[in-house]
Design a protein around this ligand. Structure first.
Ligand code: SUG
Length: 417
């Protein structure tokens, strides 16, 4: 089979909860303390995958990580029974569901050795995400073990923060010829941390063997970070020759657009002006945290969250966009409200990898039948609801660990990863 784009979605873990752990992520802060519904959350994620499969797209999954993270707690001299309150929520977070932060991926045509390169993100800025990388690396090493086609790199040293594909865009014709890779970093974010460091971006470009002339490093605008765009994929998304972005996404927008156009003359920029949609509405509705996909019939569709339909300025703009002559012709609305309430939209939940599916460990690929098995497992084992104080209940720890073990069995994957 030929090289195709595969979206790997993080299955929402059984410990999904709202602990307000992400400073600069408005949804996470606003919903701190709310009751979470892990079973509904995971089923919403599965439904999104079903929609994408039905569109004729290729779909993969990543497992939730073991939570509470016993290994990490042991390294801190504690365990789930004795963990101090200050560490408990951090050890329980189900944040690995946001697979766009798992790794940065460069497809084979862009790299010096002609392999697809993946660098696991260190996620060092937020404590609850900083202990994801060993679990992610373990899965990527199994899924992409075929060294003839893939190179999986460990994380960049934590000196330099890296948040993976959420701050990376690959533009260009589909997977046949070299594209242009754009790395977006933060410099300042007003009251909020800038999570992606330019030195991490440069290191990844070197490790992946990218052509310096086809690699751009662009600063995210301070206004965007300060408004709550803690990752670039909250204000911009790219697919093939199309860049869909908010006017205030980038610091040096004219220079960036010109540099991109020089390297990719066929580039089409669909820019949303701030006068039509404010940064605040863009972030509340997550219209850019959409999956911009090419359907088998050749047209592009935007998979947006329900919140985009509910924000009048956003929905009016999107409807006009698809009726116009632009490259994006269809809107597909999905309900991922449980993830959205922690700041994760449709695009956060997936990692894009361009590859021949036959070169990937099939246990990470799904069709309808495997999704049926996954949803049956979720229905049977995922807790119905969790309020943050519940995390102190040993019965919940047991339930969460049992649930993950059941899913590992369902997918025939080892529990130890
Ligand atoms: O890192 N939320 C995640 C959301 C990640 C979204 N990903 C992308 N934009 N690609 C984050 O801020 C909230 C966890 C909590 O508050 O419990 C959280 O980690």
């Amino acid at each position: 089979m030929a090289i195709v784009e595969i979206n790997f979605d993080g299955i929402v873990g059984p410990s999904h909860n709202y602990s307000g752990l992400s400073l600069g992520n408005i949804a996470s802060t606003t919903n701190k303390g709310a009751i979470a519904f892990p079973r509904a959350a995971a089923l919403q994620g599965v439904e999104k995958m079903r929609r994408n499969l039905a569109l004729g797209l290729n779909q993969g999954v990543f497992l939730p990580h073991p939570r509470p993270n016993r290994e990490w707690l042991a390294a801190l001299g504690t365990d789930p029974d004795t963990v101090p309150d200050s560490l408990r929520q951090t050890a329980f977070s189900a944040s690995a569901m946001w697979a766009a932060n798992a790794a940065t991926v460069s497809p084979a045509p862009d790299t010096a050795d002609g392999r697809c390169h993946l660098t696991v993100a260190n996620l060092r800025t937020m404590a609850h995400r900083s202990h994801e990388w060993p679990g992610t690396l373990a899965q990527l090493e199994i899924a992409f073990a075929d060294e003839r086609h893939f190179a999986v790199h460990p994380p960049i040293p934590p000196t330099f923060g890296d948040e993976g594909a959420a701050n990376h865009m690959r533009l260009g014709a589909r997977h046949e010829s070299p594209g242009v890779e754009v790395f977006v970093h933060g410099v300042r974010g007003g009251p909020f941390p800038a999570r992606q460091h330019v030195e991490a971006c440069r290191a990844i470009a070197r490790l992946h063997g990218l052509d310096p002339d086809r690699t751009l490093f662009v600063a995210q605008s301070e206004a965007a970070i300060a408004a709550g765009a803690f990752h670039n994929d909250v204000v911009a998304v790219a697919n093939e020759n199309v860049l869909f972005a908010h006017e205030q996404a980038f610091e040096d927008r004219p220079d960036f657009y010109a540099a991109l156009k020089r390297r990719l003359p066929e580039l089409e920029i669909v820019e949303v002006p701030a006068s039509a949609i404010s940064l605040e509405d863009a972030i509340r509705s997550y219209l850019f945290n959409a999956q911009l996909v090419t359907l088998p019939e050749g047209v592009m569709a935007l998979v947006v969250p329900e919140e985009a339909r509910e924000t009048p300025a956003v929905w009016n703009w999107l409807e006009q966009m698809v009726e116009g002559n632009g490259p994006i012709r269809r809107l597909i609305v999905v309900d991922v409200r449980q993830s959205m309430a922690n700041g994760g939209g449709p695009a956060c939940l997936r990692l894009r990898v361009a590859a021949d599916p036959a070169t990937i460990d099939p246990r990470f690929l799904v069709d309808e039948i495997r999704l049926d098995r996954i949803s049956a497992c979720i229905e049977a084992h995922w807790p119905e609801q969790i309020a943050p104080p519940d995390l102190a209940d040993p019965a919940l720890t047991q339930a969460v660990e049992k649930a993950r073990a059941a899913l590992c069995r369902t997918l025939e994957l080892p529990e130890l990863i």
